[in-house]
Every structure is written in C-alpha cells, then in structure tokens.
Design a protein around this ligand. Structure first.
Ligand code: SAH
Length: 232
C-alpha cells in the first residue's frame, strides 16, 4: 500500500495539510512530531523537519524506517535563481544537489559528496509530472517550472553568492533541505520530489521579501501537494 511522507521544514509549510488530514496516530521521534493518517483519501505521514540539511535528512530516514513511506514529497519555499522565475512561481525538482559541498581537492566535482557515486539526485518522473499537472489545475495563474533545486546550510541573500551558485550548478531555485531529503531518499531507494514556491530572489532583496511572501508561497506549494496525492 502507498504511504506518502510529506516533509516541510517549517510549520507554515505543513500546517494547512495537517489541518485537513485525519490523524490516526502521532509519533514523536528526534524531537519531530510525525502525524500519520489520511489526506484526500491517501495514506500520509506529515512532519515538520526543522530547517537545514541535518534535520531534513534525519526526518527522511525516520519516514523510511519507522513509517515505511513509499514516496517522499518535500513542500516549501525557496529563493529563485532565475530572472524569469518570480516570487509566487513554483519549481518542481528534476534533480537536486548540495551546493555547499566542496571536495575538489580529491578530484570530485564541486557539490559532489565523495563516494556516493553521483553529483545530483534525480526526482521520480511520475511525481514530477503529477506535480506539474496538479499545479495547472490548482493554481492556474501560477507558473510551474521543472528544474534543478540546490540546497545548502545557508540562507542566500547576497548577489555574489547567488551568482556563484548559478554559475556552478545551474539551479532553478535554492533552499536548505531538498538535497538532503533527496540524498536520504536515494540511499533508501524511495522515490521523491521536491516542490518549492518562490518566496524571494535569493539576493539582497530577500531579507525584506522573504517575510512578506513566505506564507502565501508555502500555501501554493501545499495546495498542489494535496491535489496530487490521490493520483500517485
Ligand atoms: N524565518 C525562519 C528562518 C527561515 S530560513 C526563522 O526565523 O527561523 C529559510 C527557509 O526557507 C529554509 O527552510 C529554506 O529551505 C527556505 N528558503 C527560502 N528562501 C531561501 C533562500 N534565499 N536561501 C536559502 N533558503 C531559502
């Protein structure tokens, strides 16, 4: 039976989904509250992981081990890395990578974790297509892009840092959890997708833009997730 693990880094990224689900049990582990039940007729486990790559990886492993999630979806907000991708738009991951890993001294490309055997973690194509088609139905006014999402333990709000990330990784947006969720899902052979709505432009304007737009952006992404669940 399918059971979808849904991760948001912050409460505002999962609160709408949690409020709509029927909760069967709540399990606390690693200081995270996992709520298991059904949403839109689908078995789900919804959890706030906390911010950053360590929290997100831990959370993903628990979804795999304790709940035996068959699919993992990460919903949330991100900073845009492309001029044409504006605040409110959505990016669905084709793949994700760690922009803050650097072991070039031993011959690895920038971003590649040694001995994992790959630079980027590919998202499940079926989940990607469902996310894109769901976006057209749920948020017809919002553009959904498919592309690479890059992650690191940094909030990007500096044009120079943003340019460095764009030049080296060709990402569509940047955030702080997606690659570690993807990395953990990949190691566990669990299909995943990262869905992010843009809250800021990952430059100096982010400091003021982010607090204004995070809530609406998070809601766009969550609405899309809710819609795609029965189609998985
Ligand atoms: N406001 C929070 C911190 C948010 S950190 C607090 O005060 O505790 C930013 C969150 O949004 C992360 O979960 C990250 O995944 C995402 N995010 C949005 N814009 C980002 C950007 N420009 N750079 C990195 N992460 C970003």
């Amino acid at each position: 039976m399918k059971k979808i693990g849904i991760i948001g880094a912050m409460e505002l990224e999962v609160e709408a989904l949690k409020s709509k689900m029927t909760i069967e049990r709540t399990v606390e582990k690693a200081s995270m509250e996992f709520q298991e039940g059904t949403l839109n007729g689908t078995a789900v486990v919804i959890v706030r992981s906390g911010i950053g790559k360590v929290n997100a990886a831990l959370c993903t492993q628990i979804l795999c081990d304790v709940f035996e999630a068959t699919h993992i979806i990460n919903t949330g907000v991100a900073g845009s890395l492309k001029n044409e991708i504006d605040i409110g738009d959505i990016v669905v991951s084709t793949d994700t990578l760690h922009h803050d890993v650097d072991v070039r001294v031993f011959g690895y490309p920038l971003g590649e974790v040694p001995q994992v055997g790959r630079l980027a973690f590919p998202a499940d194509e079926h989940l990607v297509q469902l996310a894109v088609s769901s976006c057209k139905e749920v948020n017809p006014d919002i553009r959904a892009y498919q592309g690479r999402i890059v992650s690191g333990d940094q909030f990007i709000s500096d044009k120079k840092v943003k340019e460095h990330i764009i030049e080296n990784f060709q990402g569509f947006c940047v955030e702080m959890e997606g690659a570690s969720i993807a990395h953990a899902a990949y190691l566990n052979h669990v299909p995943f997708v990262v869905i992010r709505a843009i809250s800021d432009k990952a430059d100096e304007s982010a400091e003021t833009a982010y607090p204004v737009f995070e809530k609406a952006a998070a809601a766009h992404s969550a609405a899309l997730v809710e819609h795609m669940l029965p189609l998985i």
